[in-house]
Each structure stands twice: as C-alpha cells, then as structure tokens.
Design a binder for this molecule. Structure first.
Ligand code: ADP
Ligand code: MG
Length: 321
C-alpha cells in the first residue's frame, strides 16, 4: 500500500510553473506579484455534509477546487495558486487517480497551480486555500452596493437544488432535465471570466453558494442597503420552468444553494458594460431588481405586489425552518 509521501508524489505533485518552489519543501515559495493585491480564500468539503458518501471522485476533485475558484471569481481575482489539505479514510488508488484528474483538469482550465498541502488519514475531507491576484482597489467586495444600483445574476440559479430534490425523491424530473441539473450540482463552473470582466464595472458581488436570497442578503447587510427583486425577472432553466411543483421550483431558485453563479450590483449607467462583460465571458447576465434604501429584501410579483419570502438560505448551524 502507498504511504503518505508516495500519495503526494504520485497524485499531487507536478513540476512548479509560476511558483518558485512547489510541492516538496516545508513551504511553497511564490514571488509577490509586483503592484498586485492578493485575494485569499478557503473552502472545505466534508463527506456527508457537502457531498454524499460514494460521490464520484473525479467530480469531487472538480468541485473541491471549483467552490474556491468561485470565491476568487466573486472577488474579480485572477487565479494563481492553491493548496490542498485532504483527509482520506484509506488509500484507494483508483479514487486518488480520478480525484486528482478532476482537480487538475479544472486547475489547468483556469491556470491555477497546486503548490502544497497536507495529507492525512481521517474521515474524507478536502480543504483548499486558493490565492488570486487583483489590481489594488478593483476587488468586487460585498460592501460596495449603493441605492439605485441594478442587481444582476449570472446564468440561472436553482438547478443544483432541484437536482438534490430529485435525488431525495421530493420531485421527479424527466431524465434529461435530471442529468442537466445533476451536472450543475456535481461540476459547477466557477465564473472566473465574468468576475474578471466585472472589475471596475460592478459595485459589489458575491457567489451564490447558499441561495440567491441569502447571498444577496449578505451584500445588503454589508452595504447597508435594501433591495427589490422582481420575481418574474429571475432567470430559470428549462428544467425549472417545466418542474411539476412550482412552489418547490421557486424555493430552489431563491433559496437553493450550490449554484456558484455571481450575484452582483452595478450602477445603471454601467448596464451596457455589464451586458458586454457577459458576452465576453460567455455567460448570460440578467438584471433582476434594484438596490433601494433600508435593509429589507423585497420580492415583487408581476403586478408589483410584495411576495413573502418562503425560506432563507442554507446555514450549517441552523436547521431549515
Ligand atoms: P511538513 O511535514 O513539513 O508539513 P508534509 O510532510 O506535510 O510537510 O508535506 C510534504 C510536502 O508535500 C509539502 O511541500 C506539502 O506542501 C506537500 N503536500 C502534502 N500534502 C499535499 C497535497 N494533498 N497536495 C499538495 N501538496 C501536498
Ligand atoms: Mg509542515
């Protein structure tokens, strides 16, 4: 059976590229990029909490890195380096092979380099720390939204939660829709290109990991503003529009986690720049409402009447109401 250092050498070591020194020493060494700000983020995935036992290892490798790249995207940062801390219950070479292939495929697509980590035995857990760079002053922070700004969302939200509802037997999707939604859940695409294009255009941004309403709520709280969102304007996938249970579908769109789309705000005069950023990044962007005074998130129906918010987003320490 492979030992710790053989696992690292075989599955987690590649020749250093932009790092001065990568895997293999007590620390990695990278040159501080002159004139740039570092953006640093950590996200952890636990078996049984963030993914089901027996999850496909290639997809897990993808998702472990994707959720961290999504945080860099939400800040508008360019991905540079990452570290991986992993606990494995046993040495399963096929599993390691696939996990590492899924992770490196996404890493190569976004030109981010694995420069170190830690490997130990324990309940299956992965924790990545990702480092990106930005020109100083250009980070897309949560606290930058102002009254009058438009609220935007990339892509569509709710598909990942719909896949989960299908997997748990709360809804039955046709096979094609189930597969599409499942891919959104298992292999989310971090919106790195869009985040980068939104630098200097968006006033605030967040990635939607806990549900659109909850994550937009974080922007509102940090910015000290309220929001009005037009429900009919919130984009939905084919699968969601066709879903048999419309109230469940709406709950997925507003409160479903794991979409990893970007929710952001921008002054109305930036509208054409936002649309151009979406085109350049190859992802749809939709205006769903506006920032208003106050602190509340108000949902409006087509007639302008207020719709009560059913359920907040996911919170690890609070059971769903
Ligand atoms: P130390 O005991 O000095 O902390 P380790 O024995 O934990 O070093 O790790 C040896 C080298 O392998 C270090 O460079 C570390 O960053 C790297 N490493 C360990 N686990 C991983 C991993 N899962 N992915 C990438 N690099 C790793
Ligand atoms: Mg050490």
């Amino acid at each position: 059976m492979l030992g710790e250092f053989e696992i690292i050498a075989r599955y987690f070591t590649r020749p250093a590229k932009s790092a001065g020194l990568g895997v293999g020493d007590d620390c990695a060494l990278v040159a501080s990029p002159p004139g740039l700000t570092l953006a640093i983020t950590t996200d952890m995935l636990l078996e049984g909490r963030h993914f089901l036992p027996g999850a496909d290892p290639r997809q897990l490798g993808h998702k472990t890195l994707a959720v961290n790249l999504s945080d860099l995207a939400a800040m508008g940062a360019d991905p540079r380096w990452f570290t991986l801390a992993i606990a494995l219950p046993e040495v399963d070479e096929t599993w390691l092979e696939n996990f590492s292939a899924g992770m490196f495929a996404l890493a190569d697509a976004h030109r981010i380099e694995l420069i170190g980590g830690d490997t130990t035995r324990g309940p299956l857990t992965m924790s990545v720390t990702a480092i990106g760079t930005l020109p100083p002053g250009y980070a897309l922070r949560r606290d930058g939204a102002s009254v009058g700004d438009e609220i935007w969302i990339s892509g569509v939200t709710g598909d990942a939660a719909l896949a989960l509802a299908h997997a748990q037997g709360r809804i039955l999707l046709p096979a094609g829709a189930a597969a599409l939604c499942r891919a959104r859940l298992d292999t989310p695409e971090p919106r790195i290109g869009l985040g980068r294009k939104l630098r200097g255009i968006a006033s605030a941004a967040i990635d939607v990991s806990d549900g659109l309403a909850a994550d937009l709520g974080h922007i509102l709280e940090r910015s000290g503003v309220g929001a009005e969102v037009e429900l009919d304007a919130v984009p939905r996938s084919e699968a969601l529009r066709a879903a048999a249970d419309p109230s469940l579908a709406m709950a997925c769109v507003l409160s479903g986690g794991d979409d990893y789309e970007l929710c952001f705000t921008a002054p109305p005069e930036q509208r054409s720049a936002v649309l151009a950023a979406g085109v350049a990044a190859g992802v749809s962007v939709t205006s769903i409402g506006r920032i208003v005074e106050g602190a509340a998130l108000t949902l409006l129906d087509a007639s302008g009447a207020i719709v009560p918010i059913a359920r907040a987003g996911f919170d690890h320490f609070r059971p769903p109401q």
